[in-house]
Design a protein around this ligand. Sequence first.
Ligand code: BGC
Length: 368
Amino acid sequence: MRKGLFALAAVGLLATGGMAACGKDKSNDTGSGGGTKSGGKQVGIILPDTKSSQRWGTDDPKYLKAAFDAAGVTYDMQNAQGDKQQFQTIADSMISEGVKVLITVNLDSGTGAAVLAKAKQAGIATIDYDRLTLGGGANYYVSFDNVKVGQLQGQGLVDCLKAKNYTKPVVAELNGSPTDNNATLFAQGYDGVLNPLYANGTLQKGPNRSVPDWDNATGGTYFEQMLTQNKNIKGVLAANDGLGGAVIEVLKKQHLNGQVPVTGQDATVTGLQAVLAGDQCMTVYKAIKKEADAASGLAIALAKNQKPTTATGTTTDPQTKATIPSVLLDPESITKANVKDVIADGFVTKDQICTAAFAKACTDAGIS
Ligand code: BGC
């Protein structure tokens, strides 16, 4: 039922695009000395880092830029590079620059909420993009159904383990950042699938750790320790492709890649190639174009003093119990069999995925 609403929301958003003129991407133009409101950009966007996932440096900026340019709405898009202080400094400069709308992906709810409070005080509309800021009180929230993302990961891992015919395989879990509400929701989703199977003895619960800041290298180190202590690990629930890739590197050193199914998320180029190679069991494709279109659609309306009509879903902030008008999109599970869907959707190209080393795997997977 929710899905229907979101599909409608997406259609509504498409209709808001295509308004001619072009926006200006002055990524480093943060202004200084307070900035003049008349010269400032209409929308500020702060992305979190460029290391935890390919998306923040590549996909989200590309689609957000396209949407704002098409609408002729000016924006200042910057990346906090994993630095919470930097996140706040960028926000301060955007607020003094006089943006009308602020779109943020928080690095943690504490600093995220501080920024949202300042923006609110300055009369700026706020949108939580992808990650909900707990206790933040943003005006809107745009993301995916993140519990469902986790459910797809859990089910994907179970399916891959079944295909291997393992008896009571030990499963390790490598969760995302403990300060990212999404990581909590992903875990809620996959543990909802895995816990009953641990309980009835189908699977054995192995080591379980959360990776600060989703740092891929730390994830690899954690997994190396897990595998040293428990050589019997037969499956790994890794919360995104970056962490999954770090796990696969460790497995490769032990010649265990392909024997130990590993999950992921984000349908990154590396992740999709690992799926095709048989080293990664699955990834989750989240259509970032739709997410960027949804967020920019809201921001464009707000920048033009219109009341957005597209946030037809709702999210409850677990801390304040406040209800936040939301757009929550549907994620898709990707295995070898449907990597081609991600190409067909235009998120990645065949040329990016089917490089020489993966040419045969691509043909085998029906990518032509
Ligand atoms: C996003 C994922 C991403 C992760 C690490 C999460 O909040 O939803 O797409 O892989 O952060 O950046």
